[in-house]
Write a protein that binds this ligand. Structure first.
Ligand code: GUN
Length: 283
């Protein structure tokens, strides 16, 4: 029977640490770190994520400003807003909540954010640095997963890790972080043939698909560590990708949904915002 990784508790401990660090920064610099979040349109999931991030900032003493725009916002208007925030010395972190409406080129927007304010780690400077084992401003969800594995003393070096997701937000940066820690990494996705053949080899299985019950007990190796990044809402109930009740019997460690990876993503965002502030002020 698996032990449960308590992401909620870990995130709450990180938040406490950040709160103390922010208090010290306020003493030293007479100002708190500030995060600007841009939300375009009214995707219900994005609304929830943005409000969770806002609440976490407030709780840890970080100033949080939300800029809301309708989904008719043009790419040019968004670029203008980003350039304004890049130039504003009172803003230390900029986060553009994804997904953006289809008429806006996400890559161009990520490139426009000043890399020193890029708390999501999606700017090519930061993703390039990740390639060179530098994780200063690294994407929040992958970094949160690494912190969880480290906290629970999961051996990464030499382990077979299977990630089901190849996005720039989760799968690709996570694969780089695990490779730099000497794991053997397999990245699966929607076009992967015979997923089970891969998942059965995983010492650490990480699924970020958003499909309830994608990962069943027969797909998991005995004593595997199972990290569930999926979120889907079925009849108002939030579920992960993993058939938790049954997989728990076979795994050695498992994250719940909710209360697993989600809160850690938010905690790392706070860490990155403080890091960005320090990079901008400390010489
Ligand atoms: N949408 C889903 N995950 C994320 C994330 O980590 N950052 C941003 N900006 N948008 C997201």
């Amino acid at each position: 029977m698996a032990a449960i990784i308590d992401g909620k508790k870990m995130a709450s401990d990180i938040k406490e640490e950040i709160k103390t660090e922010v208090e010290n920064l306020v003493k030293e610099y007479r100002k708190s770190p500030s995060l600007a979040t841009i939300l375009v349109g009214n995707n219900p999931a994005s609304e929830i994520y943005v409000s969770l991030k806002y609440k976490a900032c407030k709780e840890s003493g970080i100033n949080s400003l939300i800029y809301r725009f309708s989904d008719t916002l043009t790419e040019e208007e968004l670029l203008k807003k980003i350039s304004e925030l890049n130039a504003n010395k009172e803003i230390n972190g900029i986060l553009v909540q994804l997904p953006l409406p289809k008429h806006i080129n996400t890559e161009m927007i990520m490139e426009a954010i000043n890399y020193k304010k890029d708390v999501d780690g999606f700017n090519p400077v930061n993703s390039g640095r990740l390639m060179n084992n530098c994780e200063t401003l690294a994407p929040c969800t992958p970094k949160g997963i690494i912190l969880m594995l480290e906290k629970y003393n999961v051996e990464i070096e030499g382990s077979n890790v299977v990630i089901i997701n190849h996005s720039s937000v989760v799968g690709k940066p996570l694969a780089l972080m695990l490779l730099s820690r000497n794991a053997t990494v397999t990245v699966c996705h929607i076009w992967t043939k015979n997923l089970k053949e891969h998942t059965l080899k995983a010492d650490i299985l990480i699924s970020a698909v958003g499909k309830r019950d994608l990962i069943t007990e027969d797909m998991v190796k005995e004593n595997a560590v199972v990290i569930d990044v999926g979120i889907s809402r079925v009849n108002g109930k939030i579920s992960g990708d993993v058939d938790f009740k049954n997989v728990k019997k076979k795994a050695s460690l498992i994250t719940p949904v909710p209360g697993g990876v989600g809160p850690m993503t938010v905690a790392v965002l706070l860490k990155n915002t403080v890091e960005a502030f320090k990079m901008q002020y400390k010489r």
